[in-house]
Design a protein around this ligand. Structure first.
Ligand code: G3P
Length: 217
């Protein structure tokens, strides 16, 4: 499973990248706002650090403008994936931008039918938002599973990018279902290392070690 980091915070990306945990990065207008950085500048910095796809999102709502914005974002670096929303205009922009050889990430996907349309429009990635479905008492994981089955039924190559991941359980379940990629905030990725029995076991080992009176160094 590929790990994308869902942030525009350079330091957080660098820490995970040094560990080989970063196969790509996703950003969106809210994450750019949170970073307090200029979109072109911060996206360029991320692209220099990370060799995998870096999603940068258009903000126009009409296809021609989305295409113009997408072309500008794609010029930042060869590893840009242009992110467009899953609207009819977004699908038009996806078709044109992917036809020009750009990676396209179709975002804000909340149904299997939307995912099917994105695949037909040539999306490189489809981003179903798990946490936001859970927020309204629907089942985000069921959507990942449905899209996996539909894409496999017909051999679509669009990669399922499980997004809006809020918990380690979302990450685990996405991997079990076979999402190609997950994008998660740095804190969720780091939490995947935690287990209460690991902490408890380590405490016991260290307590016994202290009793031996030995040192390794
Ligand atoms: O990957 C999409 C993500 O940024 C949205 O997450 O937690 O705002 O629903 P969230």
């Amino acid at each position: 499973m590929k790990f994308f980091v869902d942030t525009a915070e350079i330091d957080a990306i660098a820490e995970l990248n040094d560990l080989g945990m970063v196969d790509g990065v996703t950003t969106n207008p809210s994450l750019i706002l949170k970073s307090g950085r200029d979109i072109m500048e911060v996206t360029r910095e991320i692209c220099e650090m990370v060799s995998g796809p870096v999603s940068a999102e258009v903000v126009a709502t009409e296809a021609d403008q989305m295409i113009a914005e997408g072309r500008k974002l794609a010029k930042i670096a060869p590893n840009i994936a242009v992110k467009v929303p899953l609207t009819w205009d977004g699908l038009k922009a996806c078709k044109v931008l992917s036809g020009e050889g750009n990676m396209v990430n179709v975002t804000l996907c909340f149904s299997a039918n939307q995912a099917l349309l994105a695949a037909k429009a040539g999306a490189t990635f489809i981003s179903p938002f798990i946490g936001r479905l859970d927020d309204i008492n629907l089942d985000g994981m069921e959507l990942i599973s449905d899209i996996r089955q539909i894409y496999d039924n017909y051999g679509y190559e669009t990669q399922i990018l499980a997004a809006s991941i809020r918990t380690v359980n979302h990450a685990y379940q996405s991997a079990m279902i076979g999402a190609d990629v997950m994008t998660a905030p740095p804190a969720v990725i780091k939490s995947m290392a935690k287990h209460v029995l690991t902490d408890k076991g380590l405490d016991a080992f260290l307590a016994d070690w202290a009793k031996t009176g030995q040192n390794i160094l």
